[in-house]
Design a protein around this ligand. Structure first.
Ligand SMILES: [Zn+2]
Length: 663
């Protein structure tokens, strides 16, 4: 008789081995951290003698589920910002909050909560990607779960690294510390091609190869990403990352929603695993990954929940069911992704995608004892038909709920028995989470009330104040301006001609803040656009001072190049109202009495208005300088014979009938 520690007997054993063996009245013998034997109950019992034999009559034993892509600590950010587009959600909310709050304690607490939720839904292993991954790994090991923990590397400062070089150093230290741990496989995570540079991707691939660990990355999550890549590099994302030597490493590619046939072949050829995240892709409207085709080609596709901030749960039963359903509707074929294959993705194929199938993913002798015991005698699973043993797959994938998971073991250690968590104290964790949520709430409430900090939070404004002296007037005859520019005391340094598209986002009463998104389309003599510039300007209402002739001094302008599309700012700033003004502008940079002034002659295209408008302005930094410039501008108004009735006293906009859209 071979000694074992535990024998689980009389259960239905769903092995997920090569032949998809299902054993009614089966048994699993465990010794230490490993599976010693799997087979019919009588056979296993006749060869093994165990300290403890557990009767699993009426229960179903499956390999523990594998969550192929998540950001476990984001349990603490669940429900923070929803129903937003990916860029607004990520850049506008997740990243600023992460920069403010994410530290090793936050990560540890979030991971423990994530582990509690995953264990309860039968998950025994997951692939994580986050900051302070050392704390994720420590918390995961404390919870007793298995994980591929990948340390994030970004091209911009992250909560745990000032620069990417620092990030790489942190990652190297992390790999050195955790390599060889019985539960943790450390890994490298360049976040995504669009948040990295070629240099970072190459360095990450080299690091992963050096330590022989997986490389976890987001690939082609949105159509926009692929379109950007095609425009910038003339190719989609997968061949581009291949050029950065990414596939030298053992890649775990999360999402792959928008990859073509050629890209699938590349992933297959390089043994890359794919993590399919159906809920996250639906919730962020990223699309439906072509999983049916990937499976046909033989790619290893696992199923992931993605982070709980974009899902919003870590329930692999829900995720597996959805993966099966979505693949059917996407291929217009109900035979696509049958239940057995869906469970395979959630177990052994997920293990292959994570490059840990030598350890886990199936119930076979020699593998780690990672398993979940389900009670499928619950109302939502009944009745049970015995005609085909394979019916168990449909029961698990389509009918079972995570609440049907009764017990969970990882490496032979019980993490849950009779739905009671043995390694984690959830009452204590929840109390701590409540306190963290209170702090994040306070931070966001303060930020949402202040547009300056909101724009600074996404790095969109340069905190630079300037003053401006300016006058605006209706212009009866634009030819006078050109005549003036010919005067000997005026020299023209530069001339430009453009169409200007302004969108004003307004907050609070008039005189309060306005954010202006301005697109200048430069045009040549043939009226063709020769260049485009976009800028974001924040102006604070109220004039600082008024000189004679409606010449105003105003201040507080923060200007930065607008790096994102207008739509992003519209969705992010959530203005109370919005107005657009389009004009054709001719602008001269002139030198008059040693002063640099700008002379603009505008024609209003939207809202349409007859006639021309004049604007003369200059930047200034002292009141004395402002006075001199105001005087000079007054002289120019005289030269132009601008009638005082034509002066526009409104500091901003401006023009008589703005096309305001009130919400
Ligand atoms: Zn993700």
């Amino acid at each position: 008789m071979i000694p074992a520690d535990t024998i689980l007997t009389n259960g239905t054993v769903v092995t997920m081995d090569q032949s998809y063996t299902v054993i009614p009245n089966g048994a699993v013998a465990i010794r230490g951290d490993s599976i010693l034997a799997v087979g019919p109950g009588e056979t296993v019992l006749s060869h093994h003698r165990a300290a403890e034999t557990i009767d699993c009559t009426g229960l179903t034993l499956i390999p523990g589920l594998i969550n192929a892509h998540t950001h476990a600590p984001m349990t603490l950010l669940r429900g923070l910002a929803d129903d937003l587009r990916l860029d607004v959600w990520l850049i506008g909310y997740m990243m600023p909050v992460e920069r403010e709050f994410v530290n090793p304690d936050f990560v540890r607490l979030g991971t423990l909560l994530g582990c509690a939720e995953m264990i309860r839904s039968g998950v025994t292993a997951f692939a994580d990607m986050y900051y302070f991954e050392d704390s994720v790994a420590a918390a995961t090991a404390q919870a007793g779960m298995r994980a591929v923990c990948a340390q994030t590397i970004l091209k911009f400062p992250s909560p745990d690294a000032e620069s990417y070089e620092a990030g790489l150093a942190v990652c190297r230290e992390f790999l050195e510390k955790w390599k060889g741990h019985p539960l943790i496989v450390p890994a490298v995570a360049p976040h995504a091609p669009y948040t990295c540079t070629p240099e970072i991707l190459q360095a990450c691939a080299a690091l992963a190869v050096e330590f022989d660990v997986p490389l976890h990355i987001h690939i082609s999550e949105t159509a926009q990403e692929v379109q950007d890549w095609r425009e910038s590099y003339g190719m989609p994302v997968v061949p581009w990352v291949k050029k950065q030597n990414l596939f030298d490493a053992k890649v775990i590619a999360a999402h792959c929603v928008h990859i073509d046939e050629g890209e699938m072949h590349t992933l297959l050829h390089h043994h890359a695993g794919v993590a399919h995240n159906p809920t996250s892709n639906l919730k962020l409207a990223s699309g439906i990954a072509p999983v049916g085709r990937m499976l046909e080609l033989g790619l290893n596709v696992g199923i992931g929940t993605d982070g709980p901030a974009s899902n919003n749960d870590l329930d692999m039963f829900e995720e597996t069911r959805l993966a099966a359903l979505l693949a059917k509707v996407a291929t217009d074929n109900p035979t696509t992704l049958p239940a057995r294959q869906a469970l395979e993705m959630a177990t052994i194929m997920g293990a292959r995608a994570l490059h840990i199938d030598h350890l886990t993913g199936s119930l076979e002798p020699g593998k780690q004892a990672d398993l979940a015991i389900l009670d499928l005698s619950t109302l939502n699973n009944l009745p049970i038909f015995e005609r085909s043993p394979d019916a168990v797959y449909a029961r698990i994938v389509y009918a079972a709920k995570s609440t049907d998971v009764k017990d969970v073991l990882v490496s032979g250690q019980w993490l849950m028995r009779d739905r009671e968590l043995l390694t984690l104290d959830t009452d204590d964790l929840l109390a701590q989470a409540t306190e963290v949520a209170r702090q994040i709430d306070a931070f966001l409430i303060a930020r949402e009330d202040d547009i300056v900090s909101k724009l600074l939070a996404i790095g969109e404004l340069q905190q630079e104040e300037s003053f401006e002296v300016q006058v605006k007037a209706r212009l009866e005859d634009p030819a006078r301006v050109e005549a003036m520019l010919d005067l000997p005391e005026i020299s023209v340094d530069r001339y430009s001609h453009y169409r200007q598209y302004d969108t004003y986002f307004e907050f609070g009463p008039p005189d309060h803040y306005r954010v202006r998104y301005r697109e200048d389309d430069f045009i040549d003599e043939r009226d063709e656009v020769t260049g485009v510039r976009t800028r974001l300007t924040l102006t604070e209402g109220g004039k600082e001072r008024e000189f004679a002739n409606a010449i105003l001094l105003s201040r507080s302008r923060y200007i930065a190049p607008a790096t994102r599309p207008l739509r992003f700012y519209r969705e992010y700033v959530q203005a109370e109202s919005e107005q657009t003004i389009t004009k054709e502008r001719r602008r001269w940079h002139i030198d008059y009495r040693g002063m640099r002034l700008y002379v603009n002659v505008d024609r209003l295209l939207e809202p349409e208005e007859d006639g021309y408008f004049l604007e003369i302005k200059s930047r200034t930094w002292s009141l004395r300088d402002a006075e001199q410039k105001a005087e000079a501008i007054g002289e120019l108004l005289q030269i132009l014979e601008v009638d005082s009735r034509n002066l526009i006293r409104d500091e901003y906009v401006t023009f008589a009938r703005p096309s305001a859209k009130r919400k």
